[in-house]
Design a protein around this ligand. Structure first.
Ligand code: GDP
Length: 455
């Protein structure tokens, strides 16, 4: 596989100003020369890396499109191999046609994620950085994109490398000291060993503790808008999705048939589920709607409970208030543009966070964004510290942490340094799996399985 030259359309499929066909492999430049005719007459094979040429894509003698060919020479390219990127006109037909010509001239179709996989196999990036590429592409908010970009630049890798070298040095020192008692090797003391293990555990634990926050930034918070009919839930939903670009629509719920919509509020992604709409279509359906809404309230990450300030609190409102006292919730007193008759003190006695808004004219929106950001905990989120991007990474760090805990325990009960070293080495194994330095093909395939073709 390593020696084949691959090609794919690397831009999104659809109509656009430009479309890029990427070719990578030993023969990339030779193949591009067969299909690309430069205006200047200078062949791509005569060009240096990081240069480009304007010309035409030719199929036999027929012109397919105009294009700019950018040449990258190994190892100075995304994949570490020779790469040519042909930027032609965007458009489904043209890009596919150019790709077809490239394939007919000796390239093989790239598999999903194969460019990034080659970058990993050629040592251009580690596995956490490869995973960050997926996250950059699929980022739905500024914070998520920033976190992914920092990961791509190796924020997590740097953090984990420091832990790794500390453990590797310790393990090497321990073995040398135990194996060569006659040599003049500095003695390993219980105290220094314990201190090193503790420091590493502290760093790993810090990564584990920010995982949930990172997931919130990346995936969003499961949010339910609750309230009796006519309090303004739909209007609030429109306000939230209308103020900022609505990102994704129609994500079918994973466990039941609830339609979800993700909206970006400030820098927080809210995954709103539309249970409210079920209510007003008759008794039986209403009951199902209410039941679903109730069960969602107890399991979701955030409840936006809407109350109508122009009406007095009734039994339904009180029930809702009682159901949200122990969950992350914001009581939204809506319709501030009307005269208020609602009992605010009662609401204050049940819920900590209260925001007054007019969903209709947008008053109070900024305050709502502030409260949502504060509940999401994303205001003090610092991705430059390095964050774990997915379950694979979290599990590897968790196992490394557990192995160090065992090493620490072995030390505490006075076992031999050899026994302690077993735990340290297991921790190193798990860290090598995290970075991909020592990882099985199955895991690597799994990581790149999530990519699309052309990445
Ligand atoms: P839902 O049944 O809870 O989804 O409530 P809707 O969003 O459909 O709103 C019910 C009614 O209240 C509609 O006539 C809205 O125009 C109105 N409404 C919603 N928010 C406000 C507001 O902030 N001020 C005023 N004056 N009316 C509002």
């Amino acid at each position: 596989m390593k020696n084949s030259t691959i090609a794919a359309i690397s831009t999104a499929q659809g109509e656009g100003g430009i479309g890029v066909i990427r070719i990578s492999g030993e023969d990339a430049i030779a193949i591009a020369d067969r299909v690309f005719e430069p205006i200047s007459g200078e062949k791509l094979s005569e060009k240096r890396g990081y240069t480009s040429a304007f010309g035409h894509i030719k199929n036999n003698n027929e012109t397919v499109d105009e294009a700019i060919a950018a040449v990258f020479r190994a190892p100075h390219s995304y994949t570490g191999e020779n790469v040519v990127e042909l930027s032609c006109h965007g458009g489904l037909f043209i890009t596919r046609e150019v790709l077809r010509v490239v394939l007919e001239n000796g390239a093989e179709p790239a598999e999903a994620g194969e460019f990034t996989k080659r970058a990993f196999l050629n040592g251009k990036i580690d596995l956490t950085e490869a995973e960050a590429v997926i996250d950059i592409i699929s980022a739905k908010s500024r914070a998520a994109a920033k976190a992914a970009l920092l990961a791509k630049d190796g924020a997590l890798w740097k953090k984990i490398s420091a832990v790794k070298s500390s453990l590797v040095n310790t393990a090497a020192h321990l073995s040398a000291w135990a194996d060569y008692p006659d040599e003049d090797i500095e003695e390993v003391t219980e105290d220094s060993l314990s201190a090193t293990i503790s420091e590493c555990m502290f760093e790993l634990n810090k990564l584990l503790s920010t995982y949930d926050k990172g997931q919130t930034v990346k995936e969003g918070i499961d949010t339910v808008i609750a309230g009796k009919p006519n309090t303004g839930k739909s209007t609030l939903m429109n306000l939230l999705s209308g103020r900022e670009r609505s990102i994704v629509t129609d994500i079918p719920g994973t466990t039941r048939d609830v339609i979800e919509e993700s909206v970006l509020v400030g820098d927080v992604i809210l995954k709103l589920s539309d249970t409210a709409g079920l209510r007003e279509t008759g008794d039986a359906v209403e009951k199902i709607g209410v039941d679903i809404a109730k069960s969602r309230i107890s399991t979701c990450g955030l409840v936006l409970a809407v109350f109508d300030s122009s009406r007095k609190l009734d039994q339904d409102d009180i029930e809702l208030l009682n159901s949200i006292t122990d969950v992350p919730a914001i009581a939204i007193i809506n319709k501030t543009d009307l005269e208020s008759v609602i009992d605010e003190t009662l609401i204050e006695s049940k819920v900590k966070k209260i925001v007054k808004i007019s969903a209709k004219n947008g008053e109070g929106y900024d305050e709502l964004v502030r409260e949502i950001t504060s509940i999401a905990g994303t205001d003090d989120f610092n991705p430059s510290e390095g964050i774990l991007a997915n379950e694979r990474q979290r599990l590897a760090v968790l196992k490394a942490h557990q192995a160090l805990e065992e090493a620490q325990n072995a030390l505490a009960i006075g076992m031999t340094f050899d026994a302690v070293n077993v735990g340290i080495e297991e921790a190193i194994e798990n860290i090598l799996e995290l970075t991909g330095e020592r990882v099985s093909d199955v895991v690597v395939d799994n990581v790149f399985h999530n990519f699309c073709v052309g990445k």
